[in-house]
Write a protein that binds this ligand. Structure first.
Ligand code: GLN
Ligand code: ZN
Length: 749
């Protein structure tokens, strides 16, 4: 039996890659130094996996910026604007990844979007209608040689041709480009064959989705066209099961298949039985998407019959690439011992595989019994199950607000007295160096609570003053106390822990540190009240309370695997509703519950959408359920693809919904018009990702256009997301223009 890995985090155990990239981009590190850092990380990663006992080490999973971008570069799929004679390959790579801001150079970055339902973002390949390839396998070949020289057995990894096409941007049916693309893949295969590659991992995660017939046919014909020669292809599927594809998969001329069985081992048995008997079967039994220690003992017992049945054909692996895990648990010093004993990061997951293999092959289960002990004890720990929380869930009666929107609207109008086209912002104001430093110093204990509070209040005071001067109608406190909109709340929730080094790559050099939801959730004390109360004390205008919604907190955390996500969301919703209650008690009249991650929580299979949307929407409604009619509930969402979940967005029944609309402004309004969206709407009038101040013409056109769709009393005027990444001068100029534009429209009414 073999154990292998599908991919390892590339950011480095101390985020070396992040820092090297950023130094390089600032011009403080040479290309050579950057490449040396990258080489060291690869060596370290391979060593870690090898020392853990992994047989086949993935090679080609590493990327300076993104592995999909690497695939494009390897195939020579480079848009014309990045084909400039004076650019080095490294320049081209970063130009596509990040763009270049020089005036008029037209060197915008390629789009970036989520890698399936993870929080990793890939660079979307841009396919021209006249696709010509220029295959450059050198980088991959070099890495294969590098690994061999260091004594490892490499198993190269490629993004498969069908998945690559599916992830690309193309105006027409992308399948028409398949023949050209396959010719390129063939060249890659030939190069790998000359390099005497044995096993090759080809990632085709799109098999998890419900592929329609043309794509299924394309799969069969594509793989039958490719000549693998001596290479043994292992088709890797992950992020869910592929039971629905088994009836045709056997026609693929491959030598092995990897199946994600992190959720359910039983359901793979019929899949295995339906596949050709000569295929190797890699079972992804260790979850690559979470941070929990595996109960190897239980897994061992479940695997035993399969081990006997498959024998030498059986491989074991994590369910997917470990890219989505933090690197090494050993670095966490602050976590208490019990919690620590429930966890496993990427390095530990590799060790789990080896332990499992050893137990299966030797029949000696003592080591895995010992290893699994904390997981077994976990279920009876009082930190996991909280009778009070369970009781509250069981007795829940009020799950949504009682009055309908029309009635609420009337009461809110009376209480708030806002003008038509009210102006507001999404919550955060510029996060200055100063404010970041203050937070860091307070966390380290360098400054005390009092000094911290003073400095936060000074920022809040300034924010309020600026907003009043600009003439905004609904103010915010500016969120200076938050490093991150999820981590901040996690620190106040029982059942949720935060780590010091649990970094996971989000895109390029950007990493996030998702909180760990390990047990039943309860709010320990008010989370935002003191800041909001202070802000409101400084002004007569309404200050909007700012909370992160239950679905977003869930989506951007590592979530326990012993309770359905819907239940965890409900617990978070209750904690948020406690905060809503306290804010209302302290005199706050408007509360925004942000749900930017609602859409990205959608399951990969369409047939599971409905189920998800039902519980996600009810979690949001539960969070806002205790707001009486005269309290106005706002929500905010990012990412422009709302079309296909519009009924769910309507079902949230927020009094006001503000949306990121950036470039798709017009299209989005049409959608809302057609669907006769009935509540208040604030389609963002300018893109906060750019430092440019929106010009008056643009603002006037947009608002005029929006007024054709929405009556003035239901149209809000706001930027399309929070302002934390902007600086103050830009912010003041842009908001000033926005407020003036709203005033111009009001005069016309
Ligand atoms: N209130 C948050 C902010 O303004 C919302 C951020 C988001 O939508 N991602 O920063
Ligand atoms: Zn946003």
């Amino acid at each position: 039996m073999r154990i292998h890995n599908l991919g390892f985090p590339r950011i480095g155990q101390d985020r070396e890659l992040k820092f090297a990239l950023e130094d390089y981009w600032r011009g403080e590190l040479s290309a050579e130094q950057l490449l040396t850092t990258a080489q060291n990380i690869r060596r370290q990663n391979w060593q870690t996996q090898f020392q853990a006992g992994i047989d086949f080490i993935p090679v080609g999973d590493f990327a300076l910026y993104d592995h999909v971008l690497n695939t494009s570069l390897m195939l020579g799929i480079i848009p014309d604007r990045a084909r400039q004679p004076d650019l080095t390959p490294l320049d081209t790579e970063f130009l596509l990844a990040r763009g270049r801001s020089q005036q008029g150079c037209g060197c915008n970055a390629s789009d970036m979007t989520k890698w399936f339902n993870t929080n990793y973002h890939y660079i979307v390949p841009e396919l021209p209608s006249e696709l010509t390839l220029d295959v450059q396998p050198e980088r991959l070949i070099t890495e294969i040689r590098e690994a061999r020289q260091q004594g490892f057995t490499p198993k190269p990894v490629l993004v498969g041709p069908l998945t690559y096409l599916w992830l690309s941007q193309y105006d027409d049916d992308p399948l028409t480009l398949l023949p050209t693309l396959l010719a390129g893949y063939q060249k890659l295969l030939d190069a790998l064959a000359s390099e005497k590659v044995d096993w090759l991992q080809i990632d085709e995660p799109i098999l998890v989705t419900e592929l329609d017939k043309p794509w299924q046919h394309a799969f069969i014909s594509a793989y039958n066209q490719l000549k693998f020669g001596p290479i043994k292809p292992m088709l890797a599927t992950y992020f869910g099961d592929i039971t629905h594809q088994t009836h045709w998969l056997g026609e693929l001329p491959i030598k092995g298949i990897h199946l994600d069985c992190s959720h359910d081992l039983d359901s793979v048995v019929p899949v295995i039985n339906a596949l050709p008997e000569y295929w190797s079967v890699s079972l992804g039994v260790i979850s690559g998407r979470d941070v929990w220690r595996t109960d190897l003992n239980e897994l061992h017992d479940q695997l035993q019959p399969l081990y006997e049945q498959l024998n030498g054909r059986l491989w074991l692996a994590p369910s997917c690439s470990l890219l989505h895990c933090p690197v090494d648990l050993n670095k966490e010093q602050r976590l208490d011992r019990e919690l620590y004993s429930w966890l496993a990061f990427a390095k530990q997951k590799c060790q789990e595989l080896a332990l499992l293999r050893d137990a299966l092959t030797s029949g000696d289960t003592r080591a895995i019994e010992h290893y699994s002990e904390p997981v077994v004890n976990k279920s009876s720990s009082p930190r996991i199950t909280h009778p009070k929380v369970r009781d509250r869930q069981a007795r829940l009666s009020q799950r949504e607000r009682t009055e309908p929107y029309a009635q609420r609207k009337q009461q809110q109008n009376q209480r708030l007295g806002l003008p038509p086209l009210p102006t507001t912002t999404i919550g955060s104001f510029p996060q200055t160096q100063d404010i970041r430093q203050t937070r860091a110093r307070w966390r380290k204990g360098d400054i005390g609570d009092e000094q911290y509070q003073q400095q936060m209040q000074a920022y809040i005071g300034d924010c309020i003053k600026q907003q009043e001067a600009l003439g905004l109608d609904v103010l915010v406190h500016g969120e200076p106390e938050r490093n991150d909109m999820v981590e901040y709340f996690a620190d106040y929730l029982e059942g949720v822990a935060t780590t010091d080094f649990g970094w996971v790559q989000s895109y390029g050099s950007r990493c996030v540190k998702p909180p760990l939801i390990y047990g039943d959730i309860q709010r320990t004390k008010p989370m935002t009240v003191q800041w909001l109360q202070y802000a409101q004390s400084l002004t007569d205008k309404p200050v909007k309370g700012m909370l992160t919604g239950p679905v977003t907190i869930l989506q951007w955390s590592f979530v326990r695997d012993d309770l359905p996500r819907s239940q965890v969301a409900e617990q978070i919703a209750l904690a948020v509703s406690d905060e809503v209650e306290d804010l209302i008690q302290s005199g706050i009249r408007i509360i925004q519950i942000d749900e930017p991650a609602l859409r990205e929580g959608l399951p990969l299979k369409r047939r599971d959408w409905e189920d998800y949307l039902v519980w996600a929407v009810s979690a949001f409604k539960l969070a806002s359920a205790r707001a009486p009619a005269q309290v106005q509930i706002h929500s905010h969402m990012c990412y422009a693809q709302f079309e296909d979940i519009l009924p769910a967005i309507e079902a949230l029944d927020a009094d006001v919904l503000t949306l990121e609309t950036s470039r798709s402004q017009m299209a989005l309004l049409d959608v809302f018009k057609q669907q006769a969206y009935s509540n208040d709407l604030g389609p963002g009038v300018y893109d906060i990702h750019s430092p440019n101040v929106p010009d008056d013409n643009w603002l006037d056109t947009l608002l005029t256009r929006a007024l054709e769709v929405l009556p003035p009393e239901r149209l809000w005027v706001n930027p399309d997301c929070g302002l934390k990444t902007r600086n103050w001068p830009e912010t003041k100029a842009a908001l000033g223009a926005m407020v003036q534009a709203a005033k111009r429209q009001r005069h016309k009414l």
